[in-house]
Each structure stands twice: as C-alpha cells, then as structure tokens.
Design a protein around this ligand. Structure first.
Ligand SMILES: C[S@@+](CC[C@H](N)C(=O)[O-])C[C@H]1O[C@@H](n2cnc3c(N)ncnc32)[C@H](O)[C@@H]1O
Length: 315
C-alpha cells in the first residue's frame, strides 16, 4: 500500500472508533499489541495514556525508537509477540492494564518493501516472515509436501482449488521470488488481467498466516488480554478477514456468556465460568470517507468489549 497523504508509512484504520472503544483516561496504562508505525500509540499518548507497545517485526521496533525517545518515558516498546504479553508486562511490573488494542495482520511497510517478500504485486525474495526469523515462504513452498501445501491454502486462504494450486507449486519448484509464485498460481487458475481479484491473493494470505502462526497468535493474544485487563478495562480488536473476525466474535460471545446454546467444543467453560467480558459492541466497519482515504480499511472489522471483575477463563 502506498504511504498516506501525510507521508505516514501506515494509515491507522478506524482510529476514532478504536479510541472510543478504549476510552483512554490520562495516566491510564494501555497496551498496543501491534505497534506497526505507531498510529494508535501516538493517539493514545496524545490522550495522556502510558503505552506498552509490542511488535514482532524488528523493522517496526527500530523505526519506533524515535517515538520512544520523544515520549518522555510514556512509551515502552517491546520486541515480542503479543501471545507473550502477560509475561512481558509482568516482567516490567505493569500488570494489570486499563486497555488492550490489537490491529491484526501486516503493516503497509511490510507490503511496500518488496524485500520483505509479502507482496505479489512487487517482485522480491519469497520471505513473508514478520519476525524475520524461522521458516521462510521459500522454505515452505520448496520443501512441504503437496498435501500439506493444499491443506494450508484451503484452511487459511479458503482457496477453492487448493489441490490444483499445490500441484502447480510442486511442479514449478524451486520457487524463490514472489513474482514467480504469483505467476504459478495465476497460471494454475487461469487468471486474466481484467479479472476482478487476483487469485494469488488467497495463496499469499494462506502462506503468510501459516508461517507466522497468525491464528494461534490471535487466540493466545485474546486469552492473554483477558488475563491482563483490570475490571472495567477495555479491549479493542481490528481484523482484516473473516477467519480472524470469526475468532474474535466467538471469543467475545463465549466470554460474555452470550454464545447461543454454549460452545459445543468447550462445554466445561460454559459450566464453570462467569462472564469475563461485557458491553460487547457490534462489529464496526469503516465508512465510505475512510475507505476513500485508505482503501485498506475496506476489509477492517472492529470489535470492542469491557472486562468484568470475574476471573479469566484460562490460567
Ligand atoms: C496492521 S499493523 C499495525 C499498525 C498500527 N496499528 C499503526 O497504526 O501503525 C500490524 C503490526 O502487528 C505486528 N504483528 C502481527 N502479529 C503480531 C504478533 N503476533 N505479535 C506482535 N506483533 C505482531 C506486525 O509486525 C505489524 O507491524
């Protein structure tokens, strides 16, 4: 995505709505679980909040140092995944907190820098690692067996022709560039330049989610947020596709005791726990004006809730 009109590397999505959901009070302790370019963090600092911000991307942490220096001690930037936020806050004597915001997914900086290997519109090395360590997308497509690749494309990309794409990937190995992978997928699915949606979108999303364990991180992050929020504390979560939004919606319905008929998979939770969240807001989406300013906002969904004084459901 291109930089914002004001030159910001990433335009924060649903910013006003997120701030309303967090209801930041001066002097309150807020967690920005996905710092990125610091769009939410800046606004929280401007409202007088103290921020503990997390990011797993070393580039985001490096770029954020100027803001740390300018914050006069109000911003602590932590290079860690948000699944670890409880231990990281505990180590800093920062528990419990008044608010947690999560803005799930990739930053515009990741998409805009071809060398990060997230973009199928610009050619670069096939990487896609948010933390810049561990298995790369090239490692995955060149070494995983065909059935595993197909499962990943089906599960995390909701790719209807996952087997066909997986077969084409295996036949084209080795694949080392994002441009090559996009070409293989488009050829396998018969893409024509005037088609509305590039079919490579689903494959790139699937591989990214799998490599970065994004859905596992989200589940762990939500449970951690429940444990670190004080009674009355606020949670705000922005997601960008239905797989993630379904998880957030289900989590908040369960935890607020409004899961119709309880959870078939988690019957013990229904019996043993009091609601840990209340005041669960309806899904909030960007309006036309925001989408015109920032097309990335089109697929964003915000959900908010307030922590009760009941115990967290997981230790
Ligand atoms: C959509 S961007 C956040 C943008 C930010 N709200 C802003 O206004 O600039 C998501 C950021 O979260 C980070 N991220 C994604 N998953 C993460 C995780 N599990 N733990 C920590 N950071 C994560 C990414 O590295 C990326 O920088």
């Amino acid at each position: 995505m291109s930089p914002g009109l004001d030159g910001a590397p990433h335009i924060p999505v649903l910013l006003d709505e997120v701030l309303e959901g967090l209801a930041v009070q001066p002097g309150s302790a807020q967690v920005d679980a996905t710092f990125g370019a610091g769009g939410y963090t800046r606004a929280i600092l401007a409202g007088g909040g103290r921020v503990f911000a997390f990011d797993r991307d070393p580039d985001a942490i490096a770029d954020g140092q100027a803001l740390v220096a300018a914050s006069d001690g109000a911003l602590t930037l932590i290079a860690a995944t948000f699944s670890a936020l409880e231990a990281e806050l505990d180590a800093r004597g920062a528990l419990p907190v008044d608010g947690v915001v999560m803005d799930i997914g990739v930053s515009s900086m990741m998409l805009d820098r071809p060398e990060r290997g997230f973009s199928f519109q610009q050619d670069g090395p096939l990487d896609m690692r948010m933390s810049q360590e561990g298995e790369s997308a090239a490692d995955f497509v060149n070494n995983a067996d065909e059935a595993h690749i197909a499962d990943v494309l089906h599960e995390y990309g909701e790719e209807p022709r996952a087997r066909r794409v997986a077969r084409a990937i295996v036949a084209a190995r080795p694949i080392t560039r994002t441009g090559e992978l996009a070409h293989v997928v488009r050829k396998a699915l018969g893409y024509k330049p005037h088609d509305k949606k590039d079919p490579a979108t689903r494959t790139f999303q699937a591989i990214r989610i799998h490599l970065n364990r994004e859905l596992g991180e989200l589940a762990d992050g939500l449970a951690a947020a429940e444990r670190v929020l004080k009674p009355g504390g606020r949670l705000a979560v922005v997601t960008f596709h239905s797989l993630e939004d379904r998880m957030v919606k289900r989590f908040l319905r369960e935890r607020s005791g409004s899961m119709p008929g309880g959870s078939r998979h988690l019957p013990e939770l229904k019996v043993n726990h009091k609601p840990s969240f209340e005041d669960v807001g309806r899904a909030v989406r960007a309006g036309e004006a925001e989408i015109a300013r920032n097309p990335r906002a089109r697929s964003a969904t915000l959900r908010t809730a307030r922590r009760t004084n009941a115990a967290a459901w997981t230790a």
